[in-house]
Write a protein that binds this ligand. Structure first.
Ligand code: HEM
Length: 271
């Protein structure tokens, strides 16, 4: 057995062929001369990669829930929770920007804003945060537009879970099961009652409690991402308007105030 790694390759290394590091590490093109912009750009790119992985996991979970394959769905949801923790940890380099540091390259960003992230939008659509108007910014990018339009019309992760609860004998109202998938999920008292019953069971080791907890982990970690984003924004630019044209912090505060999978939170008051 040789004691050192193999050094001899005919062409590019198998590592390069798999990871494509030479592509990945040549996608950093800052728009200003400020040395602090590089980490802003790379953090944004790293987050885009995590969004991509998490969308992949939730697509897997949606399909598995639809097929009543809870082990596969749970495995994907649990992986996504660890990935959300890694995503959230990537706020660290940007969490303490002063307005002066951010201003050094903010102007160079023009009208660019994370609000225009197509992958983040797919992630939100999978959570049930739907709106046809959110497709508009992507009209100029046919592939992204088509992927988003498809996601808009498909049931969200939560829609599929509620359909599963119905198949398991829970009385999910027809208005919820047959809802227009292109609109936001609105909290329903009957759904809250179903989660309350599931959580009130003496046996807390059922697959539906475990599913509820996996979804609650996801909901909490998405809320944490939104909140970390809000606080980083508040530190970096106070109450100024966003580069994307919104009211900035005031707009982000409204996003943070929204609960992901709302009945999973409100049901707890009644257990
Ligand atoms: C400290 C740096 C950052 C500041 C000051 C900031 C600021 C803002 C503001 C003000 C908005 C509201 C829309 C607008 O008017 O632009 C926004 C939205 C957004 N930003 Fe950031 N942002 C920062 C970093 C990031 C990073 C690193 C990402 C990673 C991709 C990101 C992703 C997003 C997303 C996805 C939205 C839309 C949120 C939604 O639709 O609910 N932001 N940002």
């Amino acid at each position: 057995m040789p004691e050192t790694p193999n050094l001899d390759f005919q062409g590019t290394t198998p590592y390069e062929d798999y990871v494509q590091a030479s592509v990945l590490t040549h996608l950093q093109h800052p728009l200003s001369d400020d040395p602090g912009e590089m980490v802003f750009l790379v953090t944004t790119q790293v987050m885009e990669l995590w969004f991509t992985v998490i969308v992949h996991e939730w697509d897997t979970a949606v399909q598995a829930v639809r097929e009543d394959d809870l082990p596969v769905a749970m495995a994907a949801l649990k992986r996504s929770a660890y990935e959300l923790e890694a995503l959230n940890a990537s706020w660290t380099p940007l969490a303490r920007l002063t307005p002066g540091q951010f201003n050094a390259y903010r102007g160079a960003l023009g009208e660019g804003s994370g609000f225009q992230s197509a992958m983040y939008r797919r992630l939100e659509f999978l959570l049930g945060e739907k709106s046809v108007s959110l497709l508009v910014p992507h009209r100029g990018a046919p592939a992204e537009y088509a992927a988003l339009e498809k996601a808009l019309h498909e049931p969200s992760l939560y829609d599929e879970v509620l359909r599963l609860l119905s198949r398991r004998g829970h009385a999910v109202p027809a208005a919820v099961l047959d809802r227009d998938p292109t609109l936001c999920h609105e909290a329903h008292p009957d759904v809250e009652r179903i989660w309350q019953e599931i959580y009130a069971a003496v046996d807390q080791d059922t697959d539906l409690v475990r599913l509820g907890e996996a979804l609650t982990d996801v909901a909490e970690l998405v809320w944490r991402w939104r909140n970390d984003h809000l606080v980083a924004t508040r530190r970096a630019m106070g109450a100024k308007t966003g580069t994307g044209g919104s009211a900035g912090v005031a707009w982000l505060e409204r996003r943070v105030a929204k609960n992901v999978f709302p009945e999973l939170w409100t049901a707890r008051s009644h257990v």
